[in-house]
Every structure is written in C-alpha cells, then in structure tokens.
Design a binder for this molecule. Structure first.
Ligand code: ARG
Length: 569
C-alpha cells in the first residue's frame, strides 16, 4: 500500500521521539485550518510520557527536525499549539502518487492483508415464497459491498444466502396449495400467487382452526422427506429463486451459495449431539435449551416440547458446517439489529463449546429503512416490495435524465443504473446503525451526496477523456500540477487505501460513500477554477493524468459500492 507520506513523517519523527510508525499513522490528522498544513501530528498523547505540556513538546520536536527539512516528500513543518503541521511537496506528491495510480489502475488500493483466506458473508437471506421486500434490501447491499471491499483487501469471500426456506409456514403453504391452488394461478408472476395463497390460508384458518393442525402435519411430512410435500416445496423454492436472482442481478449482489435453512435439516442432529456431549444443554419445561442466564443472554431455545427445531438450531448447524467447510478467517452475518440477541446467543454457544474462533464471528447490524406510504403494498399490509421500488426508481430516473439530456443513448438502461444506484447509495451512505427515512427526492438529487451525483462525476470524467481524444500518459511534467485544488485532489486520492482499510475495520460502507463524495467535491472546486483541456499542451497532458487518476479511484469506489460507473449521462 502506498504510504509514502506517512513513511516520511515517520522517518522524520522517528529520530526524535520513540513512537512506532503505527502510532504515527493512527494519530495523524487533517489540520483544522486547511492553510496550516496537509497533515497535523498531535502531541497530546505524549504529554504523560514526556512530562511536558503539548505546545512545549511540539516546539521541542520541531526544533529537532527543523534542520532536516525538506525531507522526502515533506516540504516544510511548523509547531502550532500542541500540533506539528506538515506540508507536502506537490511535485513529489504528484510524481509518486499519480504514476502509481496510473500504472496500478483498478488495483490501486489493493492490499493483501487477507492473504487469500476465506471470509464468509451471510447476506440477504429473505424468507422464500413471497416477493422480495425491502426488509432484506440493506442486508443485500451492505453485504455485497463488504464482500467486494474484503476481496479488495485480499480475502477470498464467499457470499452465503441463508434463505428462510424451512419452518411451519411451509406446512401452511402446502395446505393452501393443495386446497386452493390451480395451475392458472402460477402462469403469471408465481411469486405473487404464493403470497396470495399464504394470505388465503390465514383467512380460512381464522374460520377453521383445524387448518393449523393440517399445516403442522404437512411440515412434519416435509421434514421427514415425504415425496409429495417435498415436490411442492421445491416448486415454491424454484419460483422464489427465479424472482430473487433477477433482483440480485439488478442489485449487483454477490451470492455464491444458496444454502438456506432447509439445507441444515439433516445436520442439526450432529450439532445438538455435540452440545449434549459437552454438557451444555438442559431440559426446561420439556424444551431443550442452553442456559445462558449467567451471561445475561436468557435461555437459548433449541428444541420445543413437540421436538420441533428452531431458527437458532439451524444457525448452530450452519455455523459449524461453515467453519468445517471453509475454515473461515472471519464470518460476517449481515442481519438487522433486531436479531442482536440471537447472534449473541449463537456466538456464546460457540465460545462455550471451547472454540476460539468465536471471536472471528461478527454480527454486522443495521437499522431500519422506511419508504413512504406510497410504496406500501396493499396486498400484505405495510410491506414494501423491492420490485415496486426498482420500477419507481427507474421511472423517476428516466424522467430526470431525459430532461437533462434528451439525446441520451439507451435511456432505459441508463435509467435502471441510475435509479438503482440511487437506492443502493441511499442505503449505504447512512451509517449502519442508523435508521433510514428514504426519500426519492434526496436519493435522486443530482447535486447532493447521492449515487447519481457520483455517477455523474464519473461520466463527466469519461466524457473529458473522449474529448481529449489522445492517450492519457504518465509521461508528463509533474511540476505543472501546482494549484491548491490540484494538490487537494491528490491528497484525497492518496487517502483512498486508508479509507478502504478503515471501512473494512468498521464494516462500514458509509466510509467509502463519504470519501467518494469528498473526492467529487474536490473535483468540483477544481473545475470551478481551472480548465483541463486548453491550448497549453504540457499542462493539458498533466491535468489529464490527474483526471484519469481521479476517474480510476471513482470508478473503483463505485464498483465496490455496487453502482455502475456511467460512461455517459
Ligand atoms: N431469514 C432471516 C430473516 O428474514 C434472516 C437470516 C439471517 N441469517 C442467519 N444466518 N440467521 O429474518
């Protein structure tokens, strides 16, 4: 990873105080006032060790480094309050950085920290036999973004869709299917037909409670592998997957495996046996549980009194299976905050089993996303179907782009990418632990912190290259890139690898969104003052290289988020 500025600051300071390069890296800040420098090193954390007030320490350190300046890419420094501020030489910066980004291209920012190890991501995981609804949108887009991010850090990611494809609700559906299902129902949009059957079941069961017993019976048959029940269930499964796969391709979801809850039907016994052997289970009110009271996690229910297994039982079988199969370095569960207790129980049980890898398992929580009333389906109460969201996004995006550019080629395709980009970005740009109040106006605002704005930034850069007509090369006069706006762009480009690292450490796509937005704004400030293609060939060539590098980072960032880097808009 390119870290030459930090390296130089480290080497410079390293001679005067004993602090590790890692400490320097962690502590470097952006100066509050931009004019004061490009990087600020705070000395406050040294006060205890050096027994001096921070401003004195800053003075002291400064006096020891002053006669070594300029040093590497550090042009100058000054002590200010408790800080030492550094200024980077634009020429060395451009020479080192732009050449690197130009030659590495999409690889810029790649680190091999994962070293090819497996990282499993449990994502999306809708409950089948109903249309995909927005409840699983965040998991899908956050999970897919983390997948691409960790691949960029050298992990081998495996995206696992833990479909909700098992449980008594399938008994209900089988009953409804046998009683009220007709072939005609499934001719068009079978996924909605399944939803209607489910709703019908509940209506009828209100009048005739015996249907509930029949449903339990049917599910029992399914669990035991009864051919007829299995056949019907498979049909539900296939209808669902067909619909979901269509949606996943639109969302750029990264799913490698569809191993849902049903997959663990024959694997739960082994898992339960293991727990029993380790003496972790007990019977409480006829149910099989792991008592986690002493950890403040209540009772983890594994089998009900009627022997029925539960969601947790299947997750237990799944985590053991995944460890066995993939020997993961990390296992991420991208699931809403509502399930925090469930995952705490799961990981605690793994810990109690004596497995140290319980610390590699993480629940990547997130809050709610709320769409306006207009998006709510009347068919099933207040549920918003993703298909409706996608269609609306496409429509609205089309209106906007046709207004901006009536001659745009393939408006349908562009509208889909921009509309969906707006929805994905609105989902990622808000920190995971916050809820989202989705607004079409905000998400599709071409001038705000939105997907379309970033896509537009990329398209503008692409159009600049078309206009330039020649090959962009790194064979330029680096000294020409000396405007403050150019330097600012370069300093931001320099931080891309660090930002990726930080996003990965926090499992937080919003860090990448914030970064790309800042890069776009830097670019705007540059455009406002300077032109790229002018009569001055040498300067044009130099600026084109800078623009290429901005485009490279923007494109790569958008791809990690799952947005299409538009060539034209
Ligand atoms: N199907 C579940 C739900 O809709 C999410 C599954 C999450 N993954 C897991 N391994 N439990 O709530």
């Amino acid at each position: 990873m390119n870290d030459f500025i930090v390296d130089d600051i480290g080497a410079l300071l390293g001679d005067t105080v004993s602090i590790s390069e890692d400490d320097i890296r962690k502590n470097l800040e952006l100066p509050k006032v931009r004019e004061h420098g490009d990087f600020a090193f705070p000395t406050f954390f040294l006060a205890r060790i050096m027994r001096m007030a921070p401003p004195k320490i800053a003075q002291e350190i400064y006096s020891r480094i002053a006669d070594k300046l300029p040093f590497g890419c550090i042009e100058s420094a000054e002590a200010a309050g408790g800080y030492i501020n550094f200024k980077v030489s634009p020429q060395i910066l451009s020479q080192k950085l732009l050449a690197e980004i130009y030659s590495e291209g999409e690889g810029y920012g790649f680190t091999n920290e994962g070293d090819g190890r497996n990282l499993t991501i449990d994502l999306s995981s809708p409950n089948i036999a109903k249309p995909f609804h927005v409840g699983h949108l965040r998991s899908t887009v956050v999970g897919s973004c983390l997948y691409r991010l960790f691949e960029k850090l050298g992990y081998n990611c495996i995206g696992i869709n833990h479909l909700g494809d098992w449980g008594t609700q399938f008994g209900k559906l089988i009953v409804a299917y046998k009683k009220f299902g007709t072939e005609k129902l499934f001719e068009k949009e079978p996924i909605y037909a399944l939803l209607d059957l489910y709703i019908r079941f509940h209506k009828e069961a209100a009048a005739d409670p015996s249907l509930e017993d029949q449903a339990r019976e049917e599910f029992k048959k399914l669990e035991q592998g009864d051919p007829e029940a299995t056949e019907i269930w498979k049909r539900f499964y296939e209808y669902s997957l067909e619909e979901y796969k269509r949606i996943y391709s639109i969302l750029n979801a990264t799913i490698d495996e569809y191993t849902g809850e049903s997959f663990y039907n024959d694997k739960m016994d082994d898992a339960l046996e293991l727990l029993e052997r380790k003496g972790l289970t007990e019977i409480s009110r006829d149910a099989l549980i792991v008592n986690l009271e002493e950890y403040g996690l209540g009772a983890a229910l594994l089998k009900k009194s009627d022997e029925a297994t539960l969601y947790l039982t299947r997750d237990l079988a799944a985590i053991l299976y995944r460890k066995n199969t993939y020997d993961f370095a990390k296992m991420l569960y991208v699931v809403g905050s509502a399930q925090a207790l469930h995952f705490k129980q799961l990981f605690k049980i793994i810990e109690l089993l004596g497995y140290e890898w319980h610390t590699d398992c993480h629940h990547i929580e997130f809050g709610w996303i709320k769409f306006g009333k207009e998006m709510m389906s009347t068919r099933e109460g207040n549920i918003v179907f993703l298909n409706d969201v996608i269609n609306r996004a496409r429509e609205l995006a089309k209106e906007i782009i046709l207004e901006k550019n009536p001659d745009i080629e393939d408006a349908e395709r562009a509208a889909l990418h921009i509309g969906v980009g707006a929805v994905i970005y609105a989902d990622l740009a808000v920190r995971r632990n916050h809820d989202i109040n989705f607004s079409w106006e905000d998400a599709l605002n071409f001038d705000g912190n939105t997907g379309p704005y970033l896509q537009y930034t990329h398209a503008r850069l692409a159009s600049l290259e078309r206009k330039f007509e020649k090959e962009v090369t790194a064979d330029i006069d680096f000294a020409l890139l000396k405007e403050p706006e150019e330097k600012q762009l370069m300093l931001t480009l320099y931080r891309f690898p660090q930002k990726l690292k930080q996003a990965a450490e926090d499992y937080e796509p919003a860090v990448i969104c914030g970064y790309l937005y800042e890069l776009s704004q830097n670019l705007n400030s540059f455009y406002q003052k300077h032109r790229v293609i002018t009569e001055d060939t040498a300067l044009t060539n130099a600026r084109m290289l800078l623009m290429r590098c901005v485009r490279t980072v923007m494109k790569e960032g958008l791809k990690i988020l799952g947005l299409e880097p538009m060539e034209r808009m």
